[in-house]
Design a protein around this ligand. Structure first.
Ligand code: MN
Length: 311
């Protein structure tokens, strides 16, 4: 049986958004894209050299029913939560927080020399995990394995697996893959992704052909299986600030452009459940949202706590 390379189904350029107490960021996808990226709900990209764009931060706020995944590329974000965790997410660190039945936390970017940049991804929890005990994984940069290729490529494995190397974030309900990939000029990246799972790429630097078609300057290749694009009508390579949603298939294939490329690759098992979304709370029904708001008013939002710090 031959392998089907996934084609790019849709490209998102994101929207400038003001979040928290006034943080300027780019929302690559969110509420209005549901359920396209199921089980992923939202991807925010923050990046600024002007502290006025981020210092207001995200003061104390609740979450329920989701996981929030913060990946700092450069800079520091102080955090504190109702589980009793308190610390700093530093350059290269990942915070994978499962809000479960309810957590209160704050996320406050610190004044950074140069550009403060990173991503926050929201991963949905399945119905039977939405009210589980909140947990927290603080993964330091040094605990994220870095796979070096002979061609100079570097792959940081946050979750999932690349060439037999398994990331430190495990036992997440949607079986996620989350990689930070840097490829040299004109090289090719290939990764099997489970059929039926949702996959997306987020370009960070440089350019690439995310649909795996011909290397830049090589002329047009054949039409990809499942692609409605005629041979010879290939688009220019995609640059930074784009999110690409893949169609179904067995694997993704990405060819770096003439300056190399850095991108995030995410994948996970879709839930196919109804989504009731109110700000930082995402449940299955409106009744569950009403219950969450009642719990907030009555001071019963945070039910129990347990600290999970596996690495
Ligand atoms: Mn938050």
């Amino acid at each position: 049986m031959s392998e089907t390379i996934r084609s790019v189904r849709q490209t998102f350029r994101g929207t400038e958004t003001l979040e928290g107490a006034g943080v300027r960021l780019r929302r690559m996808f969110g509420n209005s894209e549901v359920p396209l990226l199921d089980p992923f709900l939202l991807l925010d990209n923050f990046g600024s050299s002007n502290p006025a764009d981020y210092l207001a931060g995200f003061p104390w706020h609740p979450h329920r029913g989701i996981e929030t995944v913060t990946y700092m590329l450069h800079g520091k974000t102080a955090h504190e939560d109702s589980l009793g965790n308190k610390g700093v997410i530093d350059s290269g660190d990942v915070q994978w927080m499962s809000a479960g039945s309810g957590i209160l936390h704050q996320e406050m970017p610190k004044r950074t020399e140069g550009v403060l940049s990173g991503f926050q991804l929201w991963v949905n929890l399945p119905r039977d995990h939405k009210l589980e005990t909140p947990s927290y994984r603080g993964v330091e940069s040094r605990d994220i394995p870095l796979v070096h290729g002979e061609d100079g490529r570097e792959v940081r494995v946050i979750a999932g697996e690349y060439q037999g190397v398994v990331g430190p974030v495990q036992h997440i309900p949607v079986d996620p893959v989350y990689l930070d990939v840097t490829l040299p000029v004109d090289s090719e990246f290939h990764l099997p992704v489970k059929r039926g799972h949702t996959a997306f790429a987020q370009a960070i630097e440089g350019t690439a052909r995310f649909d795996g078609l011909g290397v830049v300057g090589e002329g047009s290749g054949p039409t990809a299986p499942g692609s409605d694009r005629p041979a010879g009508a290939q688009p220019a390579p995609t640059g930074p600030g784009h999110t690409l949603l893949y169609g179904d298939g067995d694997a993704v294939r990405i060819r770096a452009g003439s300056g190399g490329v850095r991108f995030l690759l995410g994948a996970g098992r879709p839930l196919h459940e109804p989504v009731a979304w109110y700000g930082p709370i995402v449940m299955n029904t409106r009744e569950e949202i009403a219950q969450a708001l009642a719990d907030l008013r009555q001071g019963t939002f945070v039910r129990g706590s347990q600290i999970v710090n596996e690495v």
